[in-house]
Design a protein around this ligand. Structure first.
Ligand code: AMP
Length: 192
């Protein structure tokens, strides 16, 4: 049973690593960014609401995001664990997630933070923009997303560090190399 979070700045490769962890550990990866993007594509009411914020690089309001996560974590396929990618991003979301988990009598095992230098991230994201056409990957929006990460999400990381469940992994390097580091870190965290 694994219940874990993966946190990292935009462009740190958390989505890619989350998919790999999910395959190797047999847990479902849930990415709030992916759920939002699927809704934007499907032009659902949730997607139409979220798009305004996503295109500006802002956080989608908690009133939308929290409920979406609660609903998703209430589905049967997460009974055997989950890997949340991209949530929580604010300390208010940490509190909300604590509430969801407490309601289900559940605890988090591991919180993994991928680290990377800002300039490296900007370079990577500008490259990704060319490949994927993501509308939130232009330089001004990228810098804004990084500012939010430093201003808000690092406080999330600090909370989990205080609880003693944080493990940090250097996200710079080849994808396989980073996956090896990530899997080793999870193994160590779970046996600690
Ligand atoms: P990501 O794919 O994780 O980089 O997320 C893409 C975008 O989705 C973010 O820039 C936000 O606009 C939105 N988003 C994803 N997760 C959250 C969250 N936990 N809280 C608020 N907005 C989010």
């Amino acid at each position: 049973m694994t219940r874990m979070l993966i946190i990292g700045p935009p462009g740190s490769g958390k989505g890619t690593q989350a998919e790999r962890i999910s395959e190797r550990l047999g847990v479902i990866a849930i990415s709030t960014g992916d759920i939002f993007r699927a809704n934007v594509k499907g032009e659902t009411p949730l997607g139409i609401e979220a798009k305004k914020y996503m295109d500006a690089g802002d956080f989608v309001p908690d009133s939308v995001t929290n409920k979406m996560v609660r609903d998703r974590l209430g589905e049967d396929d997460v009974d055997n664990g989950f890997l949340l990618d991209g949530y929580p991003r604010t300390t208010a979301q940490v509190d909300y997630l604590d509430g969801i988990l407490a309601d289900g009598g559940q605890l988090l095992d591991v919180v993994l933070q991928l680290t990377a230098d800002d300039e490296e991230l900007v370079t990577r994201l500008l490259g990704r923009a060319k490949e994927t056409g993501r509308t939130d990957d232009n330089e001004a929006v990228i810098r804004h997303r990084l500012d939010l990460y430093h201003g808000q999400t690092e406080a999330v990381v600090a909370k989990y560090a205080e609880r003693g469940i944080l493990t940090r992994v250097d996200g710079i390097g080849g994808i396989d190399e980073v996956t090896d580091r990530v899997m080793q870190a999870i193994k160590e965290a779970q046996s600690a």
